[in-house]
Design a protein around this ligand. Structure first.
Ligand code: 8YV
Length: 313
Protein backbone atom coordinates (compact mmCIF):
# COMPACT_ATOMS: atom_id res chain seq x y z
CA UNK A 1 0.00 0.00 0.00
CA UNK A 2 1.21 3.49 -0.85
CA UNK A 3 1.69 5.79 2.13
CA UNK A 4 -0.33 8.99 1.84
CA UNK A 5 0.06 11.89 4.24
CA UNK A 6 -3.09 13.97 4.64
CA UNK A 7 -2.38 17.40 6.10
CA UNK A 8 -5.89 18.48 7.06
CA UNK A 9 -9.41 17.04 6.81
CA UNK A 10 -10.91 17.17 3.32
CA UNK A 11 -14.29 16.62 1.71
CA UNK A 12 -15.63 13.36 3.26
CA UNK A 13 -16.10 11.59 -0.08
CA UNK A 14 -12.56 12.56 -1.06
CA UNK A 15 -11.21 11.21 2.24
CA UNK A 16 -13.05 7.92 1.75
CA UNK A 17 -11.74 7.53 -1.79
CA UNK A 18 -8.17 8.36 -0.82
CA UNK A 19 -8.36 5.78 1.98
CA UNK A 20 -9.03 3.17 -0.71
CA UNK A 21 -5.87 4.14 -2.60
CA UNK A 22 -3.32 3.68 0.16
CA UNK A 23 -2.52 3.92 3.85
CA UNK A 24 -3.59 7.37 5.01
CA UNK A 25 -1.63 9.11 7.79
CA UNK A 26 -3.55 12.03 9.30
CA UNK A 27 -1.12 14.75 10.25
CA UNK A 28 -3.70 16.98 11.91
CA UNK A 29 -4.71 14.17 14.27
CA UNK A 30 -1.16 13.42 15.45
CA UNK A 31 -0.65 14.20 19.13
CA UNK A 32 3.12 14.35 18.84
CA UNK A 33 3.74 15.71 15.36
CA UNK A 34 7.52 15.30 15.46
CA UNK A 35 7.33 11.66 16.57
CA UNK A 36 4.59 10.97 14.02
CA UNK A 37 6.69 12.39 11.18
CA UNK A 38 9.79 10.51 12.36
CA UNK A 39 7.81 7.32 12.03
CA UNK A 40 5.81 7.84 8.83
CA UNK A 41 7.79 10.61 7.08
CA UNK A 42 10.38 8.34 5.40
CA UNK A 43 7.73 6.20 3.66
CA UNK A 44 5.30 8.92 2.50
CA UNK A 45 4.99 8.99 -1.31
CA UNK A 46 1.96 11.25 -1.64
CA UNK A 47 0.80 14.35 0.23
CA UNK A 48 -2.88 15.28 0.07
CA UNK A 49 -3.25 18.88 1.20
CA UNK A 50 -5.19 22.07 0.52
CA UNK A 51 -4.55 25.65 -0.52
CA UNK A 52 -4.46 26.90 3.05
CA UNK A 53 -1.91 24.45 4.49
CA UNK A 54 0.05 23.67 1.32
CA UNK A 55 3.24 21.77 2.02
CA UNK A 56 5.75 23.90 3.97
CA UNK A 57 9.49 23.43 3.17
CA UNK A 58 10.19 22.04 6.67
CA UNK A 59 7.56 19.33 6.13
CA UNK A 60 8.77 18.53 2.61
CA UNK A 61 12.26 18.06 4.03
CA UNK A 62 10.94 15.26 6.26
CA UNK A 63 9.49 13.35 3.32
CA UNK A 64 12.44 11.93 1.35
CA UNK A 65 10.31 9.48 -0.66
CA UNK A 66 7.74 12.10 -1.68
CA UNK A 67 6.64 11.98 -5.34
CA UNK A 68 3.31 13.83 -5.51
CA UNK A 69 1.57 16.71 -3.75
CA UNK A 70 -2.12 16.71 -4.65
CA UNK A 71 -3.69 19.92 -3.41
CA UNK A 72 -7.38 20.66 -2.86
CA UNK A 73 -7.60 24.22 -4.15
CA UNK A 74 -6.60 26.25 -7.19
CA UNK A 75 -4.10 28.48 -5.34
CA UNK A 76 -0.75 26.86 -4.64
CA UNK A 77 1.08 29.82 -3.08
CA UNK A 78 1.75 27.68 0.02
CA UNK A 79 3.68 25.10 -1.98
CA UNK A 80 7.15 25.86 -3.29
CA UNK A 81 6.59 24.29 -6.72
CA UNK A 82 10.10 24.99 -8.14
CA UNK A 83 11.69 23.43 -5.03
CA UNK A 84 9.34 20.44 -5.30
CA UNK A 85 10.01 19.95 -9.00
CA UNK A 86 13.77 20.25 -8.41
CA UNK A 87 13.39 17.14 -6.20
CA UNK A 88 11.21 15.40 -8.81
CA UNK A 89 8.10 15.94 -6.70
CA UNK A 90 5.11 16.78 -8.88
CA UNK A 91 2.30 19.11 -7.79
CA UNK A 92 -1.37 19.21 -8.79
CA UNK A 93 -4.15 21.68 -7.96
CA UNK A 94 -7.90 21.94 -8.70
CA UNK A 95 -8.42 24.61 -11.37
CA UNK A 96 -11.57 25.38 -13.37
CA UNK A 97 -14.05 23.32 -11.31
CA UNK A 98 -14.37 26.22 -8.86
CA UNK A 99 -14.63 29.09 -11.35
CA UNK A 100 -18.41 29.42 -11.15
CA UNK A 101 -18.61 29.19 -7.36
CA UNK A 102 -15.87 31.81 -7.05
CA UNK A 103 -17.60 34.14 -9.49
CA UNK A 104 -20.91 33.70 -7.68
CA UNK A 105 -19.55 34.63 -4.30
CA UNK A 106 -17.80 37.65 -5.78
CA UNK A 107 -21.02 39.04 -7.20
CA UNK A 108 -22.82 38.12 -3.97
CA UNK A 109 -20.31 40.03 -1.85
CA UNK A 110 -20.52 43.03 -4.16
CA UNK A 111 -24.30 43.20 -3.98
CA UNK A 112 -24.16 42.65 -0.21
CA UNK A 113 -21.76 45.58 0.19
CA UNK A 114 -23.52 47.95 -2.20
CA UNK A 115 -27.03 47.24 -0.89
CA UNK A 116 -25.81 46.84 2.72
CA UNK A 117 -27.65 43.51 2.95
CA UNK A 118 -26.03 42.26 6.20
CA UNK A 119 -26.78 45.56 7.98
CA UNK A 120 -30.28 45.79 6.54
CA UNK A 121 -30.96 42.22 7.59
CA UNK A 122 -29.86 42.93 11.17
CA UNK A 123 -32.02 46.09 11.10
CA UNK A 124 -35.06 44.05 10.11
CA UNK A 125 -34.45 41.31 12.70
CA UNK A 126 -33.94 43.88 15.50
CA UNK A 127 -37.31 45.44 14.80
CA UNK A 128 -35.69 48.74 13.78
CA UNK A 129 -37.86 48.95 10.68
CA UNK A 130 -40.96 49.51 12.82
CA UNK A 131 -39.06 51.47 15.50
CA UNK A 132 -36.97 53.78 13.29
CA UNK A 133 -38.53 53.65 9.83
CA UNK A 134 -37.07 52.77 6.46
CA UNK A 135 -33.44 51.71 6.12
CA UNK A 136 -31.24 54.39 4.45
CA UNK A 137 -30.90 54.38 0.66
CA UNK A 138 -28.03 52.32 -0.71
CA UNK A 139 -25.79 52.02 -3.78
CA UNK A 140 -26.08 49.66 -6.76
CA UNK A 141 -23.80 47.90 -9.19
CA UNK A 142 -25.66 49.00 -12.32
CA UNK A 143 -23.71 51.57 -14.31
CA UNK A 144 -20.59 51.34 -12.15
CA UNK A 145 -17.13 50.32 -13.37
CA UNK A 146 -15.28 47.31 -11.98
CA UNK A 147 -11.53 46.87 -12.35
CA UNK A 148 -10.52 43.23 -12.16
CA UNK A 149 -7.04 42.56 -10.83
CA UNK A 150 -6.11 39.27 -12.49
CA UNK A 151 -8.18 38.34 -15.56
CA UNK A 152 -7.49 34.61 -15.32
CA UNK A 153 -9.97 31.77 -15.49
CA UNK A 154 -11.93 32.95 -12.45
CA UNK A 155 -11.51 36.62 -13.34
CA UNK A 156 -13.14 36.02 -16.72
CA UNK A 157 -16.15 34.33 -15.10
CA UNK A 158 -16.49 37.27 -12.73
CA UNK A 159 -16.25 39.69 -15.67
CA UNK A 160 -19.04 37.90 -17.57
CA UNK A 161 -21.33 38.17 -14.56
CA UNK A 162 -20.51 41.82 -13.92
CA UNK A 163 -21.33 42.66 -17.53
CA UNK A 164 -24.67 40.94 -16.92
CA UNK A 165 -25.10 43.28 -13.92
CA UNK A 166 -24.76 46.15 -16.45
CA UNK A 167 -21.33 47.17 -15.16
CA UNK A 168 -18.40 48.31 -17.23
CA UNK A 169 -15.42 45.98 -16.81
CA UNK A 170 -11.71 46.83 -17.15
CA UNK A 171 -8.70 44.86 -15.95
CA UNK A 172 -5.12 44.92 -14.78
CA UNK A 173 -2.59 42.11 -14.95
CA UNK A 174 1.03 41.47 -15.83
CA UNK A 175 0.26 41.78 -19.53
CA UNK A 176 -2.55 42.66 -21.89
CA UNK A 177 -4.51 39.65 -23.11
CA UNK A 178 -5.29 39.63 -26.82
CA UNK A 179 -8.92 39.31 -27.83
CA UNK A 180 -10.47 40.45 -24.56
CA UNK A 181 -13.41 42.86 -24.83
CA UNK A 182 -12.29 44.74 -21.70
CA UNK A 183 -9.94 47.71 -21.52
CA UNK A 184 -6.49 46.91 -20.14
CA UNK A 185 -4.59 49.06 -17.62
CA UNK A 186 -0.85 48.44 -17.29
CA UNK A 187 -0.85 50.49 -14.07
CA UNK A 188 -2.91 49.26 -11.13
CA UNK A 189 -2.98 52.72 -9.55
CA UNK A 190 -4.26 54.28 -12.79
CA UNK A 191 -6.97 51.64 -12.97
CA UNK A 192 -7.91 52.21 -9.32
CA UNK A 193 -8.40 55.92 -10.10
CA UNK A 194 -10.71 55.07 -13.01
CA UNK A 195 -13.03 52.53 -11.34
CA UNK A 196 -15.71 52.33 -8.66
CA UNK A 197 -14.84 48.76 -7.65
CA UNK A 198 -11.53 46.95 -7.47
CA UNK A 199 -12.01 43.18 -7.63
CA UNK A 200 -8.92 41.22 -6.63
CA UNK A 201 -8.63 37.67 -7.99
CA UNK A 202 -4.94 37.41 -8.84
CA UNK A 203 -2.90 34.43 -7.52
CA UNK A 204 -1.12 34.91 -4.19
CA UNK A 205 2.60 34.48 -3.62
CA UNK A 206 5.67 36.72 -3.46
CA UNK A 207 4.96 38.44 -6.80
CA UNK A 208 1.61 39.82 -5.70
CA UNK A 209 2.28 40.31 -1.99
CA UNK A 210 0.74 43.65 -0.88
CA UNK A 211 0.09 44.58 -4.51
CA UNK A 212 -2.96 46.50 -3.31
CA UNK A 213 -1.18 48.98 -1.06
CA UNK A 214 -2.01 52.36 0.48
CA UNK A 215 -1.39 54.17 -2.82
CA UNK A 216 -3.81 51.93 -4.72
CA UNK A 217 -6.45 52.26 -2.00
CA UNK A 218 -6.08 56.05 -2.01
CA UNK A 219 -6.53 56.01 -5.79
CA UNK A 220 -9.72 53.96 -5.42
CA UNK A 221 -10.93 56.70 -3.12
CA UNK A 222 -13.75 57.52 -0.67
CA UNK A 223 -16.47 56.36 -3.08
CA UNK A 224 -14.50 53.26 -4.10
CA UNK A 225 -15.01 49.71 -2.90
CA UNK A 226 -12.53 46.84 -2.69
CA UNK A 227 -13.40 43.16 -3.12
CA UNK A 228 -10.82 40.49 -2.32
CA UNK A 229 -11.50 36.84 -3.11
CA UNK A 230 -7.91 35.77 -3.84
CA UNK A 231 -5.45 35.76 -0.94
CA UNK A 232 -5.33 38.09 2.06
CA UNK A 233 -1.65 38.86 1.51
CA UNK A 234 -2.37 40.49 -1.88
CA UNK A 235 -3.81 43.45 0.05
CA UNK A 236 -1.90 45.42 2.68
CA UNK A 237 -4.45 44.76 5.43
CA UNK A 238 -3.10 47.41 7.82
CA UNK A 239 -3.35 50.02 5.06
CA UNK A 240 -6.85 48.77 4.23
CA UNK A 241 -8.00 49.12 7.84
CA UNK A 242 -6.57 52.64 7.99
CA UNK A 243 -8.20 53.64 4.68
CA UNK A 244 -11.59 52.29 5.80
CA UNK A 245 -11.29 53.98 9.19
CA UNK A 246 -10.33 57.39 7.80
CA UNK A 247 -12.89 57.30 5.00
CA UNK A 248 -10.16 57.32 2.34
CA UNK A 249 -11.84 54.16 1.03
CA UNK A 250 -15.59 53.66 0.82
CA UNK A 251 -15.92 49.98 1.70
CA UNK A 252 -14.55 46.47 1.38
CA UNK A 253 -16.00 43.01 0.84
CA UNK A 254 -13.50 40.35 1.88
CA UNK A 255 -13.48 36.58 1.66
CA UNK A 256 -9.77 36.28 2.48
CA UNK A 257 -7.51 37.74 5.18
CA UNK A 258 -3.83 38.03 6.01
CA UNK A 259 -4.09 35.85 9.10
CA UNK A 260 -6.84 33.28 8.59
CA UNK A 261 -8.98 32.40 10.43
CA UNK A 262 -8.46 35.62 12.37
CA UNK A 263 -9.38 38.73 10.36
CA UNK A 264 -7.89 42.01 11.61
CA UNK A 265 -10.09 42.81 14.68
CA UNK A 266 -10.89 46.32 13.44
CA UNK A 267 -12.50 44.90 10.31
CA UNK A 268 -15.01 43.04 12.48
CA UNK A 269 -16.55 46.19 13.87
CA UNK A 270 -16.54 48.41 10.79
CA UNK A 271 -19.92 49.10 9.20
CA UNK A 272 -18.44 49.57 5.72
CA UNK A 273 -17.18 45.98 5.40
CA UNK A 274 -18.81 42.72 4.42
CA UNK A 275 -16.82 39.73 5.68
CA UNK A 276 -16.91 36.12 4.66
CA UNK A 277 -14.86 33.20 6.09
CA UNK A 278 -12.83 32.15 3.00
CA UNK A 279 -15.73 30.28 1.48
CA UNK A 280 -15.37 31.24 -2.19
CA UNK A 281 -15.33 27.65 -3.41
CA UNK A 282 -17.12 26.17 -0.42
CA UNK A 283 -20.29 24.79 -1.98
CA UNK A 284 -21.30 21.14 -1.84
CA UNK A 285 -21.09 20.83 -5.63
CA UNK A 286 -17.76 22.55 -6.13
CA UNK A 287 -15.98 20.98 -3.17
CA UNK A 288 -17.08 17.54 -4.42
CA UNK A 289 -15.59 18.32 -7.84
CA UNK A 290 -12.38 19.62 -6.25
CA UNK A 291 -12.14 16.49 -4.10
CA UNK A 292 -12.64 14.31 -7.15
CA UNK A 293 -9.75 16.06 -8.91
CA UNK A 294 -7.49 15.46 -5.90
CA UNK A 295 -8.42 11.77 -6.03
CA UNK A 296 -8.11 11.50 -9.82
CA UNK A 297 -4.64 13.04 -9.77
CA UNK A 298 -3.54 10.53 -7.12
CA UNK A 299 -5.03 7.68 -9.18
CA UNK A 300 -3.23 8.91 -12.31
CA UNK A 301 0.06 9.07 -10.42
CA UNK A 302 -0.41 5.54 -9.03
CA UNK A 303 -1.27 4.21 -12.50
CA UNK A 304 1.74 5.93 -14.07
CA UNK A 305 -0.60 7.98 -16.28
CA UNK A 306 -0.32 11.73 -17.05
CA UNK A 307 -1.53 13.90 -14.17
CA UNK A 308 -4.78 15.74 -14.90
CA UNK A 309 -3.95 19.17 -13.54
CA UNK A 310 -0.24 19.50 -12.88
CA UNK A 311 1.38 22.82 -12.04
CA UNK A 312 5.06 23.34 -12.70
CA UNK A 313 7.52 25.95 -11.59
C1 8YV B 1 -9.78 26.56 -0.40
C2 8YV B 1 -8.81 28.16 -2.14
O1 8YV B 1 -10.34 27.36 0.59
O2 8YV B 1 -8.84 27.10 -4.22
C3 8YV B 1 -8.22 27.83 -3.45
O3 8YV B 1 -7.13 28.31 -3.76
O4 8YV B 1 -8.46 29.11 -1.54
C4 8YV B 1 -9.93 27.35 -1.62
O5 8YV B 1 -10.61 26.64 -2.56
C5 8YV B 1 -8.43 26.13 0.06
O6 8YV B 1 -7.86 25.22 -0.81
C6 8YV B 1 -8.53 25.52 1.45
O7 8YV B 1 -9.30 24.36 1.43
Amino acid sequence: MTDILMIAPMHPVCMEEIARLGTVHRLWAAEDRAAFLREVGPKVEIVATDGHWGCPPALMAELPALKLISSYGVGYDNINVPAANARSVRVTNTPDVLNDAMAEITVGLMIALARRIPEAEAYTRRGDWAAKGNFPLTAELTGATAGIVGLGRIGKEIARRLVAMKMEVVYHGRSEQPGQPYRYFASLTEMAKAVDWLVVITPGGPETRRLVNAEVLAALGPEGRLVNVSRGAVVDEAALVEALRSGALGGAALDVFEDEPRPHPDLLTMPNTVLSPHQGSATVRTRAAMGQLVVDNIKAHLAGKPLLTEVTG
